[in-house]
Ligand binder design. Structure first.
Ligand SMILES: C[S@@+](CC[C@H](N)C(=O)[O-])C[C@H]1O[C@@H](n2cnc3c(N)ncnc32)[C@H](O)[C@@H]1O
Length: 297
């Protein structure tokens, strides 16, 4: 693993870049529906990592990266994947973890940038691997092409992109769940989608992800979908409950009429009688082919 000092000196320009963009970052932080500085947010993000990390690590483990690979983890959250990359890579590798709010990121494991992927620039042809998970869904739909294009330009020729997103439209409550709870659940999903939509967010992003990746020039190596059957009162249900309660707080500002529906929805996740299916994550592994910058474009 590279030392902090070597990380700092080799990327001083990147650090300056990050500091210079703090103002823009602060101005845009309100577009994110959740809040990394809230108490309980670390536990919520750790809950997400517990659900997703094994599958992400399985995808990352098979990539052949150079010993001095430069890797970028966008919207790193609590940072488990950046830490895994740092631990698994050689001492010459360089791991950068970004987020609009870096409070929860451990800077001993990787270089940390406060960076808004929707607004701030990325260095070009800089990374052998870029990974982002459940980040694009929090950006406005209108910025997706621009962000994907920036990720393409930031990837080195022969480098990899792994993008992973969810599809809220795929949530489907099981027929064995009691009728009243099914109605509460479906109304809750609709309320969630209404809030996402009012912020210009594409809640069905997972279904479009593979096309988005290839449209900017990446070549898809693998695209997989993870379906899960979730029971109330399980660890995954606990993560969803906290997420919905945070969303209910946002709804107080965005659309107060939705608050009761969201609170009732959140309660469902505590009940063992709840059973629902979801295509939680679509993962796309892609590469940037070509020998020259021109061929890569
Ligand atoms: C649902 S969390 C996912 C965290 C992590 N990627 C994971 O899967 O464990 C979304 C993360 O994206 C970050 N985020 C939201 N909007 C962002 C933006 N415009 N630029 C960079 N990060 C952003 C949030 O602060 C949060 O840490």
């Amino acid at each position: 693993m590279a030392t902090n000092d070597s990380k700092r000196t080799s990327n001083i320009a990147f650090l300056i870049f990050g500091i210079c963009n703090d103002m823009a970052t602060m101005a845009s932080a309100i577009s994110y529906l959740y809040d990394n500085s809230k108490s309980g947010e670390l536990e919520r993000l750790r809950g997400l990592e517990a659900i997703e990390d094994a599958a992400t690590i399985a995808l990352l483990s098979v990539l052949k990266l150079p010993v001095d690979a430069c890797c970028l983890e966008v919207g790193a959250g609590a940072g488990s994947i950046a830490s895994w990359l740092a631990a698994e890579s050689g001492k010459d590798a360089h791991i950068v973890a970004t987020d609009i709010d870096t409070n929860l990121l451990d800077s001993s494991a990787s270089e940390v940038w406060r960076h808004d992927i929707e607004r701030d620039e990325l260095p070009e042809d800089a990374f052998d691997l870029i990974h982002l998970r459940h980040v694009l869904i929090h950006l406005t739909k209108s910025s997706h092409t621009r962000v994907m294009d920036a990720l393409f330009r930031a990837t080195k020729c022969g480098g990899f992109l792994i993008a992973e997103e969810s599809d809220l439209r795929s949530w489907h409550v099981d027929e064995y769940t009691p009728d009243a709870m099914r109605q509460t659940f479906s109304a809750g999903v609709d309320a969630m989608i209404a809030i996402y939509s009012s912020r210009g967010i594409d809640f069905g992003l997972g279904a479009r992800l593979a096309d988005m990746v290839s449209n900017v020039g990446f070549e898809t190596i693998k695209s997989s979908e993870k379906y899960r059957s979730v029971q109330g009162a399980s660890p995954e249900a606990a993560y969803q409950e906290v997420s919905v309660r945070q969303l209910a707080e946002t709804a107080h500002i965005d659309n107060p009429a939705l608050v009761p529906r969201l609170c009732a929805f959140a309660d469902c996740f505590r009940d063992r009688q709840l059973q629902y299916r979801t295509r939680t994550t679509v993962s796309v592994v892609a590469t940037k082919r070509g020998w020259t910058k021109e061929q890569c474009r």
